[in-house]
Design a protein around this ligand. Structure first.
Ligand code: ADP
Ligand code: MG
Length: 554
């Protein structure tokens, strides 16, 4: 029933050639079709039985992924409504890091329902009003049906992590369990509290570094920062235990303009003196570093060959041209201060690491700053057979970081496998009857739309979706029936509590509220004007900041 009117394929993403303006019903119909097409495109990837998509860029680069946000990003949707759909996936990704496929599928279904109501003569304004009421009520129901999770409860966090990773193709269960453990460890290590005592987890400080080679199971946790650089000079030590680290935002070089402007060289002696002077200046810089008792220097800027030579002679390891973002991570990991003038450098500013070592990984040198004591920045070092494999592993790990952080930050989880969605739908239908009026119809459609999740999960397992929905609704009306969802692996209804299919409340809340907001924005449009004479490109007016914000996926 959901897709009967949909032709599928991407042609619906564009307005017909030559049409420069769509009004009223026509605009709404087109926009709804576009939104549904986008949702349709990623529907089959939902859940553990979901399929992967292979995306080939114009340059011929291949991405194989199950990640909704990534697929949409790569689709390069041109229609403004398609862009709105892509944006909600991005927002979901940014806000909670998981649930990107669900949010888009739900938005598609909400618009589908709205389309039916519009055909029945119900005005979009009424639908929007009803959807808003439903979204608020859904949020209450979600909260009611939540269970709490404490940060010490590793077993529950592990289940949440495993469900988030469950739908991704990154190896067997043992490998996934290993990755999930690393993520939980990393989150707990970098976690902090703000002034009001609220838990803050800054994902920035869980560095994901990756290199092809070995297998995903060899993915490692590094108690510190891994830098994709080599030690500056072959004469320096390759390894330093109990390192004292100077973090610099200073070039150990002589800036050319400083000297050239002032000195006019007229004789070989003068040249000699000049070079000597330069050397002395560099030597002087190294002396300052030695005086601080640093055994490792890491700088964001360059290091002159002469300075490298003196550092090597002093037995100091140096790494240069390190990214600013890595410097910040190093500072959080080692407790060192980033120094902007060598004159300010003293022993108290140095960071500490149990080991700084250069190692060769798949033919490339990397510097490990590890074994830090209580680092506030850590690294997960992803390995895997091919670039595609490690790329998907990285995306999956990002989802898990998002899911576990969301669970810790708010302290609540719900039952997945469609169970929570059936509860929400059941609650909404009961509520719709209380509300009455025309909005009631919209609330009912909202309930149907939320059920697209269990429905799609059932479809992905090859079950009869309608049958499953009817059975689930019946179960959920019984006492303690809330635990039932789709047991994808056994093709039957299952107890999501005993199966451990746990998902963070925050992910579900965000998905439902974003989906309904997107539906609202799209339903409000009843006039599409193109300034190019073809498909509108920049997005219709009044889209309130949903327009393209770069291509970055964090
Ligand atoms: P999203 O991008 O929306 O997170 P996923 O592909 O990760 O999409 O699928 C998430 C859906 O799969 C959720 O509804 C979740 O409850 C469901 N799911 C995950 N693991 C299981 C499982 N073991 N059994 C049943 N459903 C599951
Ligand atoms: Mg997911």
């Amino acid at each position: 029933m959901a897709d009967s009117q949909l032709g599928g394929g991407q042609q619906v993403l564009y307005l017909p050639e030559g049409s420069s303006r769509l009004l009223g019903r026509d605009a709404q119909r087109t926009n709804i079709a576009v939104a549904r097409a986008v949702a349709h495109a990623i529907k089959t990837t939902l859940g553990p039985k979901g399929m992967d998509k292979m995306l080939v860029s114009e340059m011929g680069d291949i991405t194989i992924t199950n990640d909704g946000a990534t697929i949409l990003e790569e689709m390069n949707a041109e229609h403004p409504v398609a862009k709105i759909m892509v944006d909600i996936a991005k927002t979901q990704d940014k806000e909670v890091g998981d649930g990107t496929t669900s949010v888009v599928i739900m938005a598609g279904e909400l618009l589908n329902g709205a389309g039916d109501l519009i055909e029945q003569g119900i005005h979009p304004t009424t639908i929007i009003k009803g959807y808003k009421i439903a979204a608020d009520k859904a949020s209450d129901i979600l909260q009611e049906k939540s269970h709490d999770v404490k940060v010490e409860d590793d077993a529950t966090l592990q289940k949440i992590a495993m469900v988030s990773m469950g739908s991704k193709n990154v190896g067997d269960d043992a490998t996934k369990a290993h990755l999930c453990k690393l993520v939980i460890k990393a989150i707990k290590q970098v976690m902090g509290k703000d002034a009001s005592g609220k838990v803050i987890i800054d994902h920035e400080f869980i560095k994901l570094e990756k290199k092809p080679g070995k297998s995903i199971a060899d993915t490692d946790f590094i108690q510190g920062v891994l830098i994709d650089k080599e030690i500056a000079h072959p004469g320096m030590p390759k390894s330093m235990k109990d390192a004292r680290i100077a973090l610099l935002d200073v070039a150990l070089e002589i800036e050319k303009t400083e000297t050239e402007a002032k000195i006019e060289i007229t004789s070989p002696e003068q040249m000699q003196a000049f070079l000597q002077q330069e050397e002395n200046m560099l030597k002087n810089m190294v002396e300052k570093i030695k005086k601080s008792r640093a055994t490792v220097v890491i700088t964001q800027k360059g290091i002159d060959d002469v300075a490298q030579h003196y550092l090597a002679k002093a037995g100091i390891i140096a790494v240069r041209r390190v990214k600013k973002s890595d410097m910040e991570k190093l500072s959080r990991a080692t407790g060192g201060k980033i120094i902007t003038s060598l004159d300010d450098l003293n022993e108290g500013d140095l960071g500490a690491a149990g080991l700084v070592e250069e190692r060769k990984i798949s033919g490339e040198q990397m510097v490990f700053v590890e074994k830090c004591k209580d680092p506030k920045s850590v690294t997960i070092f992803i390995k895997g057979g091919t670039q595609q494999v490690i790329d998907e592993a990285e995306r999956s790990i990002r989802d898990v970081i998002g899911a576990v952080s969301s669970a810790i930050e708010t302290g609540w989880y719900v039952l997945g496998g469609g169970a929570i969605e059936i509860d929400v739908a059941t609650g909404l239908r009961a509520y719709a009857n209380e509300i009455g009026g025309r909005e009631q119809l919209a609330i009912q459609k909202f309930a149907d739309a939320v059920e697209v999740i269990p429905k799609t999960l059932a479809e992905s397992a090859g079950m009869d979706a309608i049958d499953v929905l009817v059975q689930l609704r019946n179960k959920h009306r019984t006492k303690d029936g809330s635990v039932y969802g789709v047991n994808i692996f056994k093709n039957e209804l299952g107890n999501m509590n005993s199966l451990g299919v746990y998902e963070p409340l925050k992910v579900k809340k965000q998905a439902i509220s974003s989906a309904s907001e997107a539906a609202e924005i799209i339903l409000r449009i009843d006039d599409m004007i193109s300034s190019r004479g073809r498909a509108p490109a920049g997005g219709p007016p009044g889209m309130g900041g949903m327009g393209g914000h770069g291509h970055e996926m964090e």
